[in-house]
Write a protein that binds this ligand. Sequence first.
Ligand code: GDP
Length: 475
Amino acid sequence: PPERYEVLRRRIYSNTKEIWYYVSSSLRSLAKEFEDLKPKISHMKTMVDEHYRSLLRDVAKLADVDGYSQWRWKEFDSLSRLVEKRFLHAQNPPDCSKAKKLQCNFISVCPQKNCCGYGCRVHHFVKCLVVAYATQRTMIIGTPKKWDFTSRGFESIFLPLSDTCTSNDGETVSLWPGDESIQVINYNVPTPEYAPKHLHPPYIPVVLPEDLAGRINVLHGDPAVWWIGQFFKYIFRPQPSTTSLFNEFSKRVRFQKPIVGIHVRRTDKLLGEASFHKLEEYMYHVEEYYKLKELNGEYHKKRIYLATDDATLFDEARLKYPEYDVIGDPEISKNAGTQKRELDSSIMNIITDIHFLSQCDHIVCTFSSNVCRLAYEIMNSLQPDASTKFNSLDDTFYFSGQVHRLNVALISHKADNPDEMDLEVGDEIEVAGNHWDGYSKAVNLRTKKRLLYPGFKVTTKIEVLPFATYPNITV
Ligand code: GDP
């Protein structure tokens, strides 16, 4: 399909959401201000919700009837296979002793061991794989103990990154960035934010490879998410024993579709990194998901897959939502909020929760959590475009360590109050967050001011760089 058609179709979908956020939030403010209008406003809200669902349904259906749905799967298949073949090529050099390598070292910067959990660490891990891919080097896992996946090693759970090359031997060694002639480049992650700019490789998402960006942008509503997902798909190729564990778990908890995944992050995350959200806030979006299904004439048993570090939520969910099947296992949440959470005995717990969240039809969670973003990224590597299948109760999507995420203004805007920014068509703005009320926050790079703007007036700016292009690899 023409790029302009796909981009427009998805823009109508996301702006349908934006207008609904705007109207819902405005009605809430009015109801607070004018007590006597409450019944009238409540009626309006019911009607607005019905309009909203009907519009969402129709726009979603467009993608089924426009004749391109087969193409989307074919293109998804072909692009994913191309990228995977390139990974396999870079990771399996015929002669390891001659190969150019990027050794990835994890430097723990936190005072307490648990400050960068599994989700955080695998995001750093993927950063290295991105840089290795971009510079066509074989990624070698340095400091395996510090990565702390398990004492038995990454390969006890997932297939090795390489079948031919794991040794970091090389004639010449240097720290990133080094230069092309150096055989082994050491890349230390996380690179502290205050580190000089040259220590931050430019290839870190949300930047895309120039040679693929166009295709990814036609295929997917949030190209960076698709791109990041491919790397996770590669590193999380399960060992047969892991596949068996997933299958047994699936049978035991009776995992079945349709199902909405919810990830509720509590415990240590609430000590300054994220706010508390009640179960009801998550379930609101779950209810909306099933209402949309019903509008399509699909009546299903309502199900959620519950992943959380707070095991008490299972009882709460079953008590408050008796009409739901609450799928999941409180046992695997039990150590999740404690120092014991990533011992060998429980690392499979978080891996299992992330796997099943990514298999869900829709996810409701908080993008401030690495676990939630990870599940969403993997979900997007399994189908052509799952960029609309989430609700985040806090942040918009980001990649930790990203330089910035840019939007560009399509429609001008005159600030209505001191909290808002002026927008000129073409202004580039650095996204800080969506307030989920029709407005988002950003720094306008023209005026350098960090203010609010109406979300529908902008679109994502795709940033690209020349990465290695692997000209001999074809599908
Ligand atoms: P973040 O702190 O949420 O950004 O993600 P991290 O992965 O860095 O750290 C969170 C850690 O808490 C994980 O690695 C898990 O050990 C634990 N955890 C968080 N959420 C869950 C969950 O839903 N299930 C399980 N089993 N563990 C969780």
